[in-house]
Design a protein around this ligand. Structure first.
Ligand SMILES: Nc1ncnc2c1ncn2[C@@H]1O[C@H](COP(=O)(O)OP(=O)(O)OP(=O)(O)O)[C@@H](O)[C@H]1O
Ligand SMILES: [Mg+2]
Length: 258
C-alpha cells in the first residue's frame, strides 16, 4: 500500500532523512520511534504528501506521489481522503469557527450531500465525546479535546491510512486507554509515533526506529525491539542520568515509563 524507496530529505542543507526504505501493507499497524529531531514528523509529512523527497521515491497504491501527481485534482481528492494525518500540535490543524465546521470541513471539500454531512459530523462528534461543544469555537476546548476534534475531522472522511504524530501526548490516562481501544477496532493502516515504550505495544505490532543520524536502525517485531536493551540505548530511547539519594550519587538507566 505504501512504499518508500531510498528516500532522502533535507531542510536547506540539513539532512533529516537518509536512505529510508520500507513497505507498509494494508492494515499494518506501525509504531515509529526516534529521539527528538530524528525526523519522525518529517517522515509522516512525506507519507501524507505534504513534503516531497529530495531523492528517492514514495509510492501509494502504486502511484508515485510527487508535486505533479498531486496537481491531478481527482487523484488529489482521493489521496487526501484516503491518507490523513493527525499533527503533533492540534492547534496547527484547527482553523474553523465552530467544532461543527471543523469536522465538516473535509467533507464539504469533497462535496457531499448536506444531510449526509450533517449526519456524519454529528456521529463523529458524539463518538469522540465532543458533541456538547458542537456549536462552540474550537479554541474553547482543552488540549486533549482539541486532539479529539482533529481526530473526528479526519475520521469523518473514512480514510484508509491514518498517520498519527504522538496522539497520546495531550491525553489523560482515561482518554489514552479509550484511544488505544478505538484505534484497535478501527482496522485501518496506521503509522503512529510515540515516545511511550510500554504504550506502543498496544498501538501496533511492527516497530520502525529512526536513529539520531536519521537512518532506519530497526524494522521488525515491536516486542523484540522493546525487549532489546542495547537497541533501545542505540536509538536513544532509554537514558542515563545521575541520581542522588542523600549523599550517594549513582548512575542509572531510565525509560520514560517502565
Ligand atoms: N520547516 C523546517 N525547517 C528547518 N528545519 C526543520 C523544519 N522542520 C523540522 N526541521 C528540523 O528537522 C529535524 C527533524 O524534525 P522532525 O520534526 O521531523 O523531528 P521529530 O523526530 O518529529 O522530533 P520530535 O520527537 O521532537 O517531534 C529537527 O532538527 C528540526 O529542527
Ligand atoms: Mg515530531
Amino acid at each position: 500500500m505504501i512504499e518508500l524507496k531510498n528516500i532522502f530529505y533535507s531542510y536547506e542543507d540539513k539532512e533529516i532523512l537518509k536512505d529510508i526504505s520500507f513497505h507498509v501493507k494494508k492494515r499494518e499497524k506501525i509504531v515509529l520511534f526516534g529521539v527528538n529531531g530524528s525526523g519522525k514528523s518529517t517522515l509522516l509529512k512525506i507519507i501524507n504528501g505534504l513534503l516531497f523527497p529530495k531523492k528517492g521515491k514514495y509510492f501509494y497504491k502504486g502511484n508515485e506521489i510527487n508535486k505533479k501527481k498531486l496537481k491531478d485534482k481527482e487523484f488529489n481528492r482521493k489521496f487526501r481522503k484516503e491518507v490523513v494525518f493527525l499533527f503533533q500540535n492540534p492547534d496547527s490543524m484547527i482553523f474553523n469557527p465552530t467544532v461543527y465546521d471543523e469536522i465538516a470541513f473535509g467533507l464539504r471539500q469533497i462535496g457531499g450531500n448536506k444531510d449526509t454531512i450533517d449526519e456524519k459530523v454529528k456521529y463523529w462528534a458524539d463518538k469522540l465525546g465532543i458533541y456538547k461543544y458542537i456549536n462552540e469555537p474550537p479554541f474553547n476546548l482543552s488540549g486533549g479535546e482539541k486532539q479529539k476534534l482533529c481526530l473526528a475531522s479526519l475520521l469523518v472522511l473514512e480514510p484508509e491510512v491514518l498517520l498519527l504524530d504522538e496522539p497520546t501526548a495531550n491525553l489523560d490516562p482515561k482518554s489514552t486507554g479509550w484511544l488505544i481501544d478505538f484505534l484497535y477496532e478501527l482496522d485501518l493502516t496506521t503509522v503512529i509515533t510515540t515516545h511511550n515504550l510500554s504504550l506502543s505495544l498496544e498501538l501496533g505490532d511492527r516497530g520502525l526506529v529512526l536513529s539520531e543520524n536519521h537512518k532506519i536502525i530497526y524494522d521488525g517485531n515491536l516486542d523484540d525491539f522493546i525487549n532489546n536493551f542495547d537497541l533501545l540505548k542505540k536509538a536513544g530511547l532509554v537514558h542515563t542520568h545521575k541520581h542522588r539519594h542523600g549523599n550517594l550519587e549513582h548512575k542509572h538507566y531510565h525509560t520514560h515509563d517502565f
